[in-house]
Design a protein around this ligand. Structure first.
Ligand code: FES
Length: 202
């Protein structure tokens, strides 16, 4: 990501301002510094809503530091540590491709290639980022688009999801193969009965 042009100032808009008291109230008196992460998330969502690009400018980090009464460096440390906070503008579809071992073993290279090709062709629509485990390894390989997880992908399925977004559709998140939750591929192999009275092994 290239070095972003930083705005001189940042102000919470009306919608964000209305949410701030309830966010800070989640934490005990004297521990308001713990609100730093939800407040950075609030900034990022405001930027997406107002500017069309989700990111956390430096001026917004300063505003968060003032709000919770901590040195600015404390907020910079948090914002630069977690990949969920973007230090530069990302496109309206942020493609986070997990390439950690379980996803890699299950074909994340093809998912990553499809995402990179989409971002090269439509940089205004897609921003691609390689990330560590997204916590859905059972249905690897996994791609997160904004707040939604797409699972059990391969190159072709990834292209289908991205093409649906290009057409203005909202592709259904979850397993691309119809897997139920994290059940084994092909359906359950044990515990077929969901009603205890149907069990034969009791
Ligand atoms: S390794 Fe990809 S979701 Fe955990």
């Amino acid at each position: 990501m290239s070095t972003p042009v930083q705005p001189d100032q940042f102000a919470f808009d009306e919608k964000s301002t209305a949410e701030i008291p309830s966010i800070i109230a989640r934490y005990p008196q004297g521990k308001q510094a713990s609100a730093v992460m939800p407040l950075l998330d609030l900034v990022q969502r405001q930027m997406a809503r107002v500017a069309g690009r989700a990111w956390v400018p430096r001026a917004a980090m300063d505003a968060v530091a003032d709000l919770i009464g901590v040195p600015k460096i404390r907020v910079y440390e948090v914002a630069s540590f977690y990949t969920m906070f973007h230090l530069g503008p990302v496109g309206p579809n942020h493609l986070q491709v997990c390439t950690t071992t379980p996803c890699w073993l299950r074909g994340s290279d093809a998912v990553h290639a499809a995402c990179r090709a989409a971002a090269d062709t439509d940089p205004e629509l897609f921003t691609v980022e390689e990330v560590e485990c997204l916590g859905a390894c059972v249905n690897a390989p996994v791609l997160m688009i904004n707040d939604q997880l797409y699972e059990d992908l391969d190159g072709e399925r990834t292209e289908a999801v991205l093409n649906a977004i290009r057409r203005g559709e909202k592709p259904e998140p979850g397993s691309a193969t119809g897997r139920h939750g994290s059940a084994p591929e092909g359906g359950p192999t044990t515990l077929f009965a969901t009603d205890a009275s149907e069990r034969t092994d009791a």
